[in-house]
Design a binder for this molecule. Structure first.
Ligand code: ATR
Length: 274
């Protein structure tokens, strides 16, 4: 008798657009693991009940997307250190009767930058735009790479200041408004949701030197407005968030399956399907 495949899913609202099932099914195929991976639309007011129902159905793990990453953090009884500081969980594991929470977004970003694009972060000056959940979720992993400093710039200064207060320590993390950003940066990461509306955070072009790398945590079939702006103003290299999406998924897969899939072929494939 063959046992049924281990069940996983991605939960969010909306969820129809999610590429996670494609990505995880390809990971599973690559490493010959028998799993199922589905999309699950979760009612906006029923997060806890719906997740408990999934656990009852025998689901082993779930990726969590907008708007439930903080609800998942609340639900997780045992959290990794990264998830703890991020205040958000994007990977839930259900095992031994407990709910485990992790956050793989920061690892995804750092692996995409340092491995896929060979951009080491050691001693670099990093400008991070935005101070919402997406940025909070990646700051600790950026700090772990020991950059020279991180400046968090945001439209609402108080939110950037909160993050600077929380993360300043082994690496200097400072906060400012967009109009008060000073100097050039080695790496500029756009973690605002402005790109979703084709908008650009109003930052001075003096932040870009001929060696600057821009990274937009968003991706699309076309160059994002932020990366186009960076390129037009002389940035050396512009990267979008497709690699981060696949790397954060690979880290989740590793947490669940104890094997790390090769991401390069899947990044290429997804890029050509955009
Ligand atoms: P996410 O989970 O994607 O981080 P969020 O927590 O709502 O979403 O945060 C969105 C971020 O994008 C915030 O930093 C927001 O700035 P405010 O804190 O001032 O609201 C930023 N943002 C959204 N639209 C923007 C725009 N048009 N220009 C600049 N920043 C923008």
């Amino acid at each position: 008798m063959t046992s049924s495949p281990d069940k996983y899913c991605v939960i969010g609202n909306p969820i129809a657009h999610s590429k996670s099932p494609d990505i995880h099914r390809q990971f599973a195929l690559q490493v010959s693991h028998a799993i199922s991976y589905e999309k699950q639309l979760i009612d906006l007011n029923m997060f806890q009940q719906d997740v408990l129902a999934l656990i009852k159905e025998g689901v082993c793990g779930a990726n969590v997307t907008v708007p439930f990453k903080q609800d998942a953090w609340q639900l997780a009884e045992i959290k990794s250190k990264t998830a703890m500081v991020a205040g958000a969980v994007n990977t839930l594991s259900f095992k031994n009767g407990s709910v485990y929470g992790d956050n793989t977004d920061g690892v995804g970003l750092v692996r995409d930058l340092t491995i896929n694009h060979q951009q080491p972060l050691l001693n670099k000056r990093i400008l991070v735009l935005g101070a919402g959940g997406a940025v909070r979720g990646v700051l600790q992993d950026l700090i772990n790479e020991k950059p020279l400093e991180i400046v968090v710039a945001n439209r609402t200064l108080s939110k950037a200041q909160q993050l600077a207060d929380l993360f300043n320590g082994e690496v200097t993390v400072e906060a400012c408004n967009f109009e008060h950003i000073v100097g050039e940066f080695d790496l500029i990461i756009n973690g605002t949701s402005a790109s979703l509306n084709n908008e650009l955070p109003p930052i001075p072009k003096s932040v870009i030197s001929s060696a600057t790398v821009s990274y937009d945590m968003m991706y699309s079939d076309q160059e994002t407005v932020f990366n186009r702006w960076a390129k037009d103003n002389g940035a050396a290299k512009c990267i979008d968030g497709l690699g981060m999406l696949i790397e954060q998924a690979a880290e989740s897969f590793w947490i669940w399956r104890s094997v790390r899939p090769d991401t390069s072929s899947i990044i290429q494939q997804l890029r050509s399907n955009l």
